[in-house]
Design a protein around this ligand. Structure first.
Ligand code: ZN
Length: 126
């Protein structure tokens, strides 16, 4: 699973917009410039609806990045489809209606909202 980062101007525009509601983190923006427009490998151990943990980016970040969906142009080989996440213990699984992590049955929820998955998994226009 990979993400394609938006171009730098798009990321910059979002971050410096007053609508962002957050002080601009210039250090972060500088780091985004280094990975903008690139495909990055996603760590799939912990999956999220609207953000991604990337694998380390050699020469840029040894720990990888936490990237918001709003800075992503496309998700490639999205592994989140069909994944259920337990709201009690955080376990992720594809099969069954009982959590394999905590044994509880009523806390499993689809990671992506059913029928609206595309909202959380943009793809490049063909
Ligand atoms: Zn659980």
């Amino acid at each position: 699973m990979k993400i394609l980062m938006k171009d730098y101007q798009s990321i910059r525009r979002r971050m410096i917009s007053p609508a962002n509601g957050m002080p601009v983190n210039w250090d972060w923006l500088e780091r985004m410039e280094q990975i903008a427009g690139q495909e990055l490998e996603v760590e799939t151990k912990y999956l999220f609806r609207d953000q991604f943990n990337t694998a380390p980016v050699p020469g840029v970040s040894e720990k990888g990045f936490r990237i918001m969906l709003s800075d992503v142009e496309a998700v490639i080989d999205d592994e989140r489809y069909g994944v259920k996440k337990c709201e009690y213990c955080g376990n992720q699984q594809k099969k069954g209606d009982v959590c394999t992590g905590c044994g509880k049955g009523s806390y499993l929820r689809p990671l992506l909202p059913e029928g609206r998955e595309e909202l959380f998994s943009p793809s490049v226009a063909k």
